[in-house]
Design a protein around this ligand. Structure first.
Ligand code: TYM
Length: 334
């Protein structure tokens, strides 16, 4: 069976970008009997950005509930919290020792931090933790630990998958063929969802629309999406429009055609926003109800995550680590 693996960082509230780019396609793919799916909550990754323990815990619960509300079946899919599988960190070290520092210098997140520092004319590495620098190695460990074949992610994550291949390949070259080299799976029709300001929807830009915002808040946020100053009756441009792209991510082909025509006919922005709100709410409302019910029973979610990780460690992580320790010359722990 093809192994498909993906994770979401538990650094905030799940948003529409996570839903369209990760959760929705992953849940659909998990229904295929020829795949074995691994979906997890990346809480080790969260520590790179968030140093507020309550927020990490809250986010873990919210993102777990979001996956479940969107139809993930924990009986059919490996569903777990990254830190419940501590073999991940041990593998991170083995990979750290084969990872080229020069390659890590070129990682997007690190380079962005350096670029910001240059603009502010401070030291390149000011405020940069080794955790941020090592982000791609931790992510490679997530993937290689389970020999995933395919990693469905947004375009922003493709470079990380390429690095995972690179580290895996170097390790295999030195110590034998232990790792499957993963491939990024970008669903061509899944674009990067823009946020309120038109940039990529992202926790870092503070421009997100929470997936399960209460109805009134969802409406308020959608009405706050940035649009140009074209008046009602003036034709609107679909190309650069965040509103149109959001609509496209939820609507059917026919609905999108109708909206394109409405844009050309000069629909008022307020009317377009109302239609977008109704379209998103139609999909999200039934999920929101399930989400709220799940959030009322955190102990259930907790038990489910622990059980997933326990079985996963027994089945895959622990045996692989035993083999890997032996292959690099470390003592057998058993
Ligand atoms: P994260 O938490 O930033 O995002 C989780 C997933 O959501 C997708 N995504 C988006 N898709 C479309 N439009 C957007 N605006 C948008 N924002 C986020 C991301 O592409 C991603 O698929 N490093 C990862 C988490 C991770 C991981 C892994 C993923 C850790 N280990 C191993 C795959 C395999 C991250 O921070 O994703």
């Amino acid at each position: 069976r093809t192994r498909v693996l993906t994770g979401i960082t538990t650094s905030g509230t799940p948003h529409l970008g996570n839903y369209v780019g990760a959760i929705r396609p992953a849940v659909a793919a998990s229904l295929d009997a020829n795949t074995e799916s691994f979906y997890f909550l990346a809480d080790y990754h969260a520590l790179i950005k968030v140093q507020d323990p309550a927020r990490v815990q809250r986010s873990t619960l919210e993102i777990a509930a979001a996956w479940l509300a969107c139809g993930l079946d924990p009986a059919k899919v490996w569903f777990y919290r990254q830190s419940d599988v501590p073999e991940t960190t041990e593998l991170t070290w083995l990979l750290t020792c084969v990872a080229g520092k020069g390659l890590l210098n070129r990682a997007h997140a690190y380079k962005a931090a350096v670029d910001r520092n240059r603009v502010e004319q401070v030291d390149d590495d000011a405020g940069v933790t080794a955790g941020l620098f090592m982000y791609p190695v931790l992510m490679a460990a997530d993937i290689l630990l389970f020999n995933a074949h395919k990693v469905p992610v947004g375009r922003d994550q493709v470079q990380h998958i390429e690095m995972a291949r690179d580290f895996g390949q170097r390790f295999n070259h030195l110590y034998g063929e232990h790792f499957t080299l993963p491939e990024a799976a970008i669903e061509e029709h899944v674009a990067t969802l823009p946020g309120l300001d038109g940039r990529k929807m992202s926790k870092s830009y503070d421009n997100t629309i929470p997936l399960f915002a209460p109805r009134e808040q969802l409406k308020k946020l959608i009405f706050a999406i940035k649009t140009d100053s074209r008046a009602p009756g003036e034709p609107k441009d679909t190309q650069e429009s965040a509103l149109f792209q959001l609509y496209q991510a939820f609507a059917s082909a026919d609905e999108v055609d109708a909206m394109r025509k409405a844009f050309a006919d000069g629909i008022a922005w307020g009317d377009a926003k109302q239609q977008l709100f109704e379209r998103i709410d139609r999909d999200v409302a039934p999920l929101r109800e399930k989400y709220e019910a799940l959030m009322a029973e955190p102990a259930k979610i907790e038990a489910l995550l622990r059980d997933g990780a326990r079985r996963l460690r027994e089945t895959y992580a622990a045996p692989l680590m035993t083999t890997l320790r032996d292959s690099v010359g470390l003592r057998d722990l058993s």
